[in-house]
Design a protein around this ligand. Structure first.
Ligand SMILES: CCCCCCCCCCCCCCCCCC(=O)N[C@@H](Cc1ccccc1)C(=O)O
Ligand SMILES: [Zn+2]
Ligand SMILES: [Zn+2]
Length: 482
């Protein structure tokens, strides 16, 4: 097992550590606080349709549940963009560069259909709290504030300053929440040592033959393009149709895109580092194959394509998400439109993917309109000197001693953290929670839930992480434990 102990603390200068043990009463209060948060339907339906009543109520709720956070002299609280929240926790040592913890308040819609319990009930069943937001992302939000509240009531004073930013519109791009908070901090001249956001987990059962879970800390995230394809033809009576209609031309174009995957880019980026680190965790002969990628790269790259999640890691994905045409059963429609959502592999750019898409469509009658697009995020450092990565690693090993591997990865979705590029080069996406493939399907799906024990562990993780952030750090050599 390779375990880099990238950080070393200077014990003499530290305050005594506060143990992450919570009373029975505190444990009940923390789970009830999460249930209350789930019950507030802070749904982002679309960029123009947010539940602003619920967002305002949520602001009142956190004031009520975390009174010490709101009444501590060294914590400044500000509301940004009407519903987002920024907390500045001033540490005692101004020479230490601050960091930032992120989470978001809003959730995606959740129609009741298919759920075992109503999605905004926050009901507890068989040790699980159910509801929209229990994994994405009220768990993080509540755990951050809960851990801070518990530290404060035990008279904790941080040495290193940090920020907590809670965006209210992550699910619809973050431009009124995270983006405004980022601009505000930039105007104040703030530079951050690192940022920690949602976007990855301790993954369990995602890779065939890999029996043990491993922690994936995402050091990059895929880019995205929302592309509208439009075909305009002449309209007319359906009794004498032309050979090709706008619908037919567009359908053929989107079908070509779906049937022609973007190139497999396996062989570059954080995924290679992860595969190298995981190789010895596989049984024979997979371990041999993964340890000899110089020879078996084509084989591994093909195997990665077989599963839709690992496939999303090796290439730019193409998802046909909207299709619209026609107004009446007997009218040839003049216009047909489709939306394609591409998620860009870190080794490709928006321009490259658009060029590939044009070549695949290869039909001048199909117009391309880019609705929005951004390149993949830069890769944050994960070496022994990378403070944010090493603090996460250290805390993962102490809170989850059974997890041997902490590996860098790429987040396949997008997060609010992309708005903080101007403040730091260290952006890490990690939720200290075990995730299995069925849990992954519940995010934005049905029966999203978190076990009470997993939530308590998340609070404990942040409680430990904040204290670890106070350590004086100096790089230490990479150690190999055999
Ligand atoms: C070595 C092999 C590892 C196997 C990897 C398995 C990966 C499974 C991890 C799943 C984690 C996915 C978490 C994604 C969080 C993304 C948050 C989100 O849903 N964002 C939305 C909204 C959005 C935000 C900002 C801009 C655009 C959209 C999204 O659509 O991405
Ligand atoms: Zn989220
Ligand atoms: Zn989400």
């Amino acid at each position: 097992v390779s375990r880099s102990k990238g950080l070393r603390g200077t014990e003499s200068q530290r305050e005594p550590r506060i143990p992450s043990q919570f009373s029975q009463e505190q444990r009940i209060a923390m789970k009830e606080a999460l249930k209350g948060a789930i019950q507030i339907p802070t749904v982002s339906f679309s960029p123009k349709e947010l539940n602003t009543t619920a967002l305002a109520e949520f602001g009142e709720y956190i004031r009520k549940v975390f009174p010490t956070v709101f009444h501590t002299s060294f914590i400044r609280h500000e509301v940004v963009g009407n519903y987002s929240h920024l907390f500045t926790i001033k540490g005692s040592d101004p020479s230490m560069q601050p960091y930032m913890l992120l989470a978001h308040i809003d959730v995606v819609p959740a129609p009741d259909k298919g759920w075992d319990v109503p999605p905004f009930s926050g009901l507890e069943r068989d040790g699980f709290i159910y509801g929209r937001g229990t994994l994405d992302n009220k768990n993080s939000l509540m755990a951050i504030l809960q851990a801070l509240e518990l530290l404060l009531i035990r008279n904790y004073i941080p040495r290193r300053s940090f920020f907590i930013a809670l965006g209210h519109d992550e699910e619809i791009s973050g431009i009124n929440g995270a983006q405004k908070i980022s601009a505000l901090l930039q105007a104040r001249g703030v530079q951050l040592a690192f940022v920690v956001d949602e976007g990855s987990f301790i993954l369990d059962g995602f890779i065939p033959y890999l029996k043990k879970p491993f922690a994936m800390v995402s050091v990059s995230e895929k880019g995205a393009i929302n592309l509208m394809l439009q075909v305009n033809t002449t309209t007319g009576h359906s009794s004498a149709p032309p050979k090709e209609t706008s619908i037919g031309i567009l359908a053929a174009a989107v079908s070509r895109l779906e049937q022609t995957p973007m190139p497999n880019m396996f062989g570059s980026g954080p995924l290679m580092t992860a595969v190298e680190q995981l190789a010895n965790e596989f049984p024979f002969p997979t371990n041999i194959v993964l340890n000899n990628l110089w020879l078996f790269r084509p084989l591994v790259s093909r195997l990665m394509e077989r599963n839709y999640i690992t496939n999303s890691l090796v290439r730019t994905t193409t998802a046909l998400t909207m299709f619209n045409a026609g107004v009446k059963v007997n009218v040839i429609p003049a216009v047909a439109e489709a939306i394609i959502n591409f998620r860009l592999h870190p080794a490709q750019t928006v321009q490259e993917v658009l060029k590939l898409a044009k070549d695949i469509v290869a039909d001048d009658r199909v117009q391309f309109h880019v609705l929005d697009a951004f390149d993949p995020l830069p890769i944050s450092p994960s070496d022994d000197q990378a403070l944010g990565y090493q603090l996460l690693r250290q805390t993962i090993h102490s809170v989850f001693p059974e997890v041997n591997i902490v590996a860098p990865g790429t987040c396949i979705g997008n997060t609010d953290s992309r708005h903080y590029l101007n403040l730091t080069t260290g952006i890490y996406r990690f939720n200290p929670i075990y995730l299995q493939p069925q849990d992954f399907s519940s995010i934005h799906g049905i029966n999203e839930k978190i076990s009470v024990q997993a939530y308590e562990t998340q609070v404990k993780f942040i409680f430990e992480f904040i204290q670890n952030g106070d350590t004086d750090v100096e790089p230490v050599p990479h150690l190999h434990e055999l």
